[in-house]
Design a protein around this ligand. Structure first.
Ligand SMILES: NC(=O)c1ccc[n+]([C@@H]2O[C@H](COP(=O)([O-])OP(=O)(O)OC[C@H]3O[C@@H](n4cnc5c(N)ncnc54)[C@H](OP(=O)(O)O)[C@@H]3O)[C@@H](O)[C@H]2O)c1
Length: 332
């Protein structure tokens, strides 16, 4: 099969190689990949920035979500059969969707939403699961609550705005002029132009913040939350609570605790709960998301589709950080 690999960590371009298709385990299916999406985690993995959380062997096929068709099933697979059209985010130890085939555990898969093309379906798994876990599992967002979603025009933001509206929340989001119409069309109630306005001065008494930017923006987000509110970040620093829950061990948990001490201070000062989210694969949650899509409550937002051969160009485009919605690789 053809696959896009890196041979070492660092800012190295991906290489198109021929290699054997993967063998499947008894609980895995072999999926023929039709489309994959690019996510910032792809270049963070390439750069070695997630080594503390997951280590990979080289050469490594990049790519963290896809849509495709089941072409073989393992002996103990019960929920999928050859010919099923699926979409998925593979578990972190088994990534590699910038390829023609992948072996993937059946627990990580769901049937692809019937009303989407393969390219559209590939845009959903990673950002859909991230938003679902942030808004449902962690923030437990309730009808009538107010949420700030940072970077509403990005891959995660465009999904999260739609999900928050579906959950009955009032949504404020940050976007530039270029992303403003898009986030409005997705239902954002208040749009803050982050280039000319300061969200921390405009918003007060919010119940929740979903942060996708980290750093100073995350720190300033504590100012808009009311006492007892919650912040979840997918780009901030992991804290000691995350280390314990993720089973990171004593040394790494200590490291997380030291690195995130400023956030812990802000948590206490504002009486707000801060959670770092490292999203998990889940076929079950993808089934719920497919239902939202098939009933027209959430739609995919695609910025550009690149042919597989141009995967490196697509990565560079994604890395520029200006995408409105998702960037897709058409593999088949
Ligand atoms: N921990 C996890 O499990 C997890 C899961 C998913 C994602 N993430 C992380 O979440 C982050 C976002 O992912 P993504 O896929 O949404 O990225 P993305 O699609 O590349 O985000 C690009 C968008 O961000 C907007 N943006 C950039 N700077 C901004 C700012 N200061 N204020 C408001 N908007 C801004 C850009 O708008 P303009 O071009 O208009 O400026 C652009 O539309 C990444 O760092 C990713 O690694 C983590």
């Amino acid at each position: 099969m053809r696959a896009m690999v890196i041979d070492r960590y660092g800012k190295v371009p991906m290489r198109l190689v021929e290699m054997p298709a993967p063998k499947i385990g008894e609980y895995e299916v072999l999926a023929e990949i039709h489309a994959a999406s690019i996510n910032p985690i792809d270049f963070k993995i390439r750069d070695g920035k997630v080594k503390l959380l997951v280590k990979y062997k080289m050469p490594l096929i990049l790519g963290n979500d896809f849509s495709g068709v089941v072409v073989k099933v393992g002996a103990k697979v019960t929920r999928f059969k050859v010919g099923d059209e699926i979409y998925a985010r593979p578990r972190k130890s088994k990534i590699g969707t910038f390829a023609e085939y992948i072996a993937i555990h059946e627990d990580d898969i769901a049937l692809k939403p019937k009303n989407l093309s393969f390219e559209e379906a590939a845009s959903i798994p990673l950002v859909g699961l991230t938003s679902y876990q942030a808004l449902t599992d962690i923030l437990q967002l309730q009808k009538g609550q107010k949420i700030l979603i940072q970077a509403g025009a990005g891959g995660v933001g465009t999904f999260a705005i739609q999900l928050a509206k579906l959950m009955g929340a009032t949504v404020a989001t940050t976007a530039s002029e270029a992303g403003s119409n898009l986030v409005k069309s997705l239902g954002a109630d208040e749009i803050i132009n982050y280039k000319t306005e300061k969200f921390e001065e405009l918003l007060k008494n919010y119940d929740a913040v979903f942060d996708t930017l980290g750093g100073e923006i995350l720190e300033k987000s504590f100012e808009v939350i009311k006492s007892g509110g919650k912040i979840v970040s997918v780009s901030g620093l992991p804290n000691a609570r995350f280390g314990k829950e993720y089973g990171s061990g004593f040394f790494k948990t200590m490291l997380f605790s030291i690195a995130s001490h400023k956030l812990t201070r802000l948590e206490k000062k504002h009486n707000v709960q801060y959670t770092f989210l490292f999203m998990k694969p889940s076929g079950e949650q993808l089934r719920k998301i497919a239902n939202f899509i098939e009933t027209g409550k959430i739609k995919p937002i695609i910025d550009r589709i690149f042919p597989f051969e141009d995967a490196q160009k697509a990565m560079e485009y994604a890395e520029a950080g200006r995408a409105k919605g998702k960037i897709i690789l058409k593999i088949r």
